[in-house]
Design a protein around this ligand. Structure first.
Ligand SMILES: [Zn+2]
Length: 382
C-alpha cells in the first residue's frame, strides 16, 4: 500500500497487464537486505536481525525486471542497502504526498493559445499540468468532449498578425477580435460552464498566451463564483511555474493622474510591465479624468510579476481602484483602459470587471506605435 501499487524504481503500475489490460498482480516483494545471511543472498551479509528481514521496512515493491536487476551479482555495488533504502523512502513519500491530494485539490485547466507579434509559446496539457502540480493541485482537463480539454485555440484565426500601419492594423484587429471573442465564448460556454453547473469544477487554473485585449476579455468571461488562479509565463525561465515562492510581493497603487471632474468617461493607464507616457494617451482622451495604476518603489518591467503574491497585490489594487471609481466618479459609463501589463495581469484585469456593477471598459492596444481602442468588455453605455 505504501508503494501505491507501483515499482519503486520505474513507477510501473503493477496491478494491470500492459498487453492484456487484465487485473493481474505483477508486483514482487524484493528484499533490501537479502532474506538469507549467506554470501549468495544479495546484501545478505549486512547486519540486520533475520527476524526483521521479511518486515515491510526491508521490502520494496518492484517489477520483475527491476527485481532481477537489483539482485544481480554484477550490479550489487550499485544497489547498496543505503541506496535502496533511499529510493524506497523517496518513492513511498511521493505516493503518500500525491494520494493525499483529495478531490478538493482538483483544478480545471483553461488554456488560451494565440500568438503575439507572430510568436507562440509551448502551452501543452503537460506544461499546464506541471505548473498546477507545483501548487499542490492536480489537473482536470474536462475532456469528455475531446482530448484537448478546455482549450481556446486562436492560432488559426485569420488576421492574427497585426500589420504595420495603424489604420489597417486597427481594422484587422477588430475583425480578428470579433472571431476570437466568438471562439472564447463558445469554448467557455460549452466546455467549462457545463462542468461548473454540474459541480465538477470547484477551482479553475487559467493559462493564457494571446494579445492583451483578448486576455482581458477571457478574464471577464470566467465565472466569478469559482475560485480561479491565473498563471503567467516567465520569459527568463521559459516556464509557467512561479519562479519566486517567497511570498514577498511588489505593491501597487492607484492614483489620480489628471484631476478634472468625471463625466461619462474616464481613463485608466495601467503601468506594470512598461510605462505608458502621458504623451501616448490618445488625443481624444486627453481631456478626461485619468487614473494611473503603477508599482510602488520599483520600476515597471516585463518580469515584475514573478510571484503569486505580487499578482495578488495587483488584484487588490485593482479592486481598490474600482471601488474608488464607484465612489468618486459615479457618472462614468465608459472607462478607457490602456494596459501595459504582463499577460496574467491582463486576465486579472478582466476578472475584476463585474458586468452588473462596473462601467463598460474599452480596451486599448498599442498598434503600429499608437494606442487604439480594440475591444469592449461589459454592456454598452446606451
Ligand atoms: Zn520497475
Amino acid at each position: 500500500m505504501r508503494s501505491g501499487g507501483r515499482c519503486v524504481l520505474c513507477n510501473a503500475y503493477l496491478l494491470e497487464g500492459a498487453l492484456s489490460a487484465r487485473t493481474l498482480n505483477l508486483g514482487e516483494l524484493a528484499h533490501i537486505v537479502g532474506q538469507g545471511v549467506g554470501a549468495r543472498s544479495p546484501r545478505g551479509e549486512y547486519p540486520l536481525d533475520p527476524g526483521l528481514r521479511d518486515g515491510a521496512d526491508n521490502l520494496m515493491l518492484l517489477c520483475e525486471r527491476h527485481h532481477g536487476e537489483v539482485d544481480a551479482q554484477r550490479a550489487l555495488d550499485v544497489f547498496t542497502v543505503e541506496q535502496l533504502r533511499r529510493l524506497k523512502r523517496e518513492h513511498e513519500d511521493r505516493i503518500r504526498h500525491v494520494t493525499g491530494l483529495g478531490p478538493e485539490r482538483a483544478t480545471a485547466v483553461v488554456r488560451m493559445l494565440g500568438s503575439v507579434h507572430g510568436r507562440a509559446v509551448e502551452l501543452s496539457r503537460e506544461t499546464a499540468a506541471e505548473a498546477v502540480t507545483a501548487q499542490r493541485r492536480f489537473p482536470l482537463f474536462l475532456e469528455s468532449y475531446d482530448r484537448h480539454g478546455v482549450e481556446i485555440d486562436l492560432r488559426q484565426l485569420p488576421g492574427e498578425r497585426p500589420v504595420e500601419d495603424v489604420v489597417s492594423a486597427a481594422a484587422g484587429s477588430r475583425a480578428y477580435y470579433g472571431h476570437a471573442v466568438r471562439v472564447i465564448d463558445e469554448v467557455l460556454e460549452h466546455r467549462l460552464r457545463a462542468g461548473v453547473e454540474r459541480g465538477a469544477v470547484q477551482h479553475v487554473s487559467v493559462f493564457g498566451f494571446a494579445r492583451l485585449p483578448l486576455l482581458v476579455y477571457l478574464g471577464a468571461r470566467l465565472d466569478d463564483t469559482v475560485p480561479t488562479e491565473v498563471f503567467q509565463r516567465h520569459r527568463a525561465e521559459e516556464s509557467w511555474r512561479w519562479p519566486d515562492e517567497s511570498g514577498v510581493s511588489t505593491r501597487f497603487e492607484a492614483r489620480v493622474d489628471q484631476d478634472v471632474p468625471a463625466g461619462d468617461e474616464a481613463v485608466v493607464v495601467v503601468n506594470v510591465s512598461g510605462a505608458i507616457g502621458r504623451d501616448e494617451v490618445p488625443g481624444e482622451l486627453s481631456m478626461l479624468r485619468r487614473y494611473v495604476i503603477s508599482p510602488v518603489g520599483v520600476a515597471t518591467g516585463p518580469d515584475i510579476l514573478c510571484s503569486r503574491a505580487s499578482l495578488g497585490c495587483f488584484e487588490d489594487t485593482l479592486r481598490g481602484f474600482l471601488a474608488l471609481l464607484e465612489a468618486e466618479a459615479k457618472t462614468v459609463r465608459r472607462l478607457h483602459v490602456l494596459p501595459a501589463v504582463p499577460m496574467s495581469a491582463a486576465v486579472a484585469l478582466g476578472r475584476a470587471h463585474h458586468f452588473q456593477v462596473h462601467p463598460q471598459w474599452v480596451i486599448y492596444e498599442r498598434l503600429a506605435g499608437s494606442y487604439v481602442p480594440t475591444l469592449e468588455v461589459g454592456r454598452s453605455a446606451g
